[in-house]
Write a protein that binds this ligand. Structure first.
Ligand code: IMP
Length: 190
């Protein structure tokens, strides 16, 4: 069995990746790997942040590791909130505040096109690789649905009449940015 650290403590992400990779891989969370310090995310691109997180863990453990970084890129806002998606409305704000700010910023704008983009960075036997997944869609006029997390209630994927927050976890994972990036990682590892 191959052991890999996933640079996260998010149980949903850990379950999702373990399901995709199957029993021949053992995925360790940051906690499992004994890492308690905050992981730096100092850069302005998803690629650099994902690599920084993976490098940080690799330097401390010497173990194979991957990390992910995601942003919501809104066309009419020149790609914002992008890499700042988690703290769009301020460092102490939650998803509700972030969605509220996004809807206000888009008031009166006709172009509501957006995409989620995820970069997964893998360091295996000292070599670095990145995998990308994107999901195109649009920002709705108001929130709808209660599943998922983050911006899910205001993001409607292309070809769907529902938001991410109205889809089942399985359906979302099948078409989502992170799902696609992780599928690429899984294909590479297998
Ligand atoms: P992270 O890099 O996965 O931590 O994502 C950064 C931020 O993007 C999160 O705090 C969420 O606000 C947002 N985000 C990431 N993935 C999703 C998603 O699948 N749905 C909705 N929001 C997301």
């Amino acid at each position: 069995m191959q052991e890999l650290i996933f640079a996260t403590n998010n149980t949903n992400k850990l379950r999702e990746i373990q399901e995709i990779l199957g029993a021949s891989f053992s995925i360790l969370s940051l906690k499992d790997a004994g890492i308690e310090t905050e992981i730096p995310e100092d850069y302005e691109t998803l690629e650099e942040n994902a690599l920084q997180k993976a490098q940080f863990i690799y330097e401390r453990t010497g173990k194979n590791v991957f990390s992910d970084d995601t942003g919501l890129e809104v066309e009419a806002l020149n790609g914002a909130p992008g890499v700042y998606s988690a703290r769009y409305a301020g460092s102490k704000c939650d998803s509700e505040d972030n969605m509220k700010k996004l809807l206000v910023e888009l008031e009166g704008k006709e172009n509501r096109k957006a995409q989620f983009r995820t970069v997964v960075a893998l360091i295996i036997d000292g070599k670095e690789y990145t995998f990308e997944g994107a999901c195109k869609g649009q920002i709705t006029l108001e929130k709808s649905g209660s599943k998922g997390f983050g911006y899910d209630p205001v993001f409607q994927p292309e070809g769907y009449g529902q938001t991410f927050a109205e889809l089942s976890a399985e359906e979302k994972n099948r078409i989502s940015h992170r799902g696609k990036a992780i599928q690429k990682l899984a294909a590479f590892l297998k």
